[in-house]
Write a new protein. Structure first.
Length: 310
């Protein structure tokens, strides 16, 4: 962006600001010169995608490439090694960034640029801790979106980041819509005594209840409210799984072709109130991811949950 950085003012040699042309009696003013120089733009955040060949990793590469203030600087995965990540993502032109199966090598290369870097981790629960430690060793903060990550791993990472004074965001969800649903459910829980959560997924490739449904149930169970008092029995399996101690039931439906959907039903005398959120593809997570990247560079410890940074 061009900006006015400084101004050159050249006064006349004598103390008069004006000179008189006697012939035409015209006043001529001394010149003021303004110099506009090109200010260097703020350095982009260098983003390394760990798990770049996955569907969400490819979506992240495209989103980050289009976003302002950041750029893809590295792609790590054990699949499609050596292929250009831009071509893997079906972009019009290659990014000239090959997929490498060595996080340390990529970290070392990016750290030499002396720029702000962020590692986005889409890998698996067993490697998250070591990945964050490596990123921290090279002075980079991490955004972790890994389903089924254990709370013990999160606790260990929190202690490590606290000691290292480095930032890390562990996000159970990157969906802004999912976060808004959770917040709306908390507000509604103060007005209704009956609540159940129904979720649907197109495949059984993940644990059920899903992390989203469990988080909603846990949020509602920490408010001191006892739900579904007239049907609090847990003996009938078809009535769903009770999460927490306050009677919140979760029902999981798996059918090919269904969107990833979560609905929270509340009921009171004469009315039913429902909140629903659908996800059709990984692009729905990209606004949350870009927000996470921009926020995590300011952190000095671990934060659990993107909602804390919104």
């Amino acid at each position: 962006m061009a900006g006015l950085s400084y101004t050159h003012f050249y006064p006349p040699n004598n103390i008069n600001n004006y000179k008189i042309n006697n012939k035409h009696n015209v006043k001529t003013r001394s010149h003021i010169y303004c110099s506009i120089i090109q200010q260097p733009s703020q350095s982009n955040i260098k983003v390394i995608i760990n798990g770049a060949a996955k569907e969400i990793g490819r979506a992240a590469v495209i989103a980050i490439t289009k976003a302002r203030g950041m750029e893809v600087a590295g792609a790590v995965d054990s699949h499609l090694v050596g292929q250009d990540i831009g071509l893997v993502c079906d972009m019009e032109e290659p990014l000239e960034i090959p997929i490498i199966n060595d996080l340390t090598m990529v970290l070392g290369s990016i750290s030499q640029l002396k720029a702000t870097g962020v590692v986005v981790d889409f890998t698996d629960p067993s490697s998250v801790y070591d990945n964050v430690k490596q990123a921290t060793a090279f002075g980079m903060n991490s955004v972790v979106y890994v389903p089924r990550i254990k709370i013990e791993t999160v606790s260990a990472l929190s202690a490590f980041c606290e000691k290292a004074t480095m930032g890390c965001l562990v996000a159970p969800t990157l969906s802004i819509g999912s976060i808004l649903l959770q917040q709306a459910a908390i507000q509604a829980s103060f007005h209704y005594n009956n609540v159940e959560v129904v979720e649907s997924r197109p495949s059984a490739s993940q644990d059920f209840p899903s992390p989203d449904a469990v988080q909603i149930a846990n949020n509602l169970s920490n408010l001191g409210q006892i739900y579904n008092r007239e049907d609090i029995s847990t003996e009938i399996k078809a009535r769903g799984q009770v999460i927490g101690e306050d009677g919140v039931r979760v029902h999981s439906l798996v059918l090919p072709g269904l969107p990833a959907s979560t609905t929270v039903y509340f009921s009171g005398p004469g009315e039913v109130y429902s909140i629903k959120h659908d996800i059709t593809n990984a692009q729905s997570l990209m606004p949350g991811l870009l927000l996470a990247i921009r926020r995590v560079i300011r952190l000095k410890s671990l934060v659990y949950g993107l909602e804390k940074l919104i």
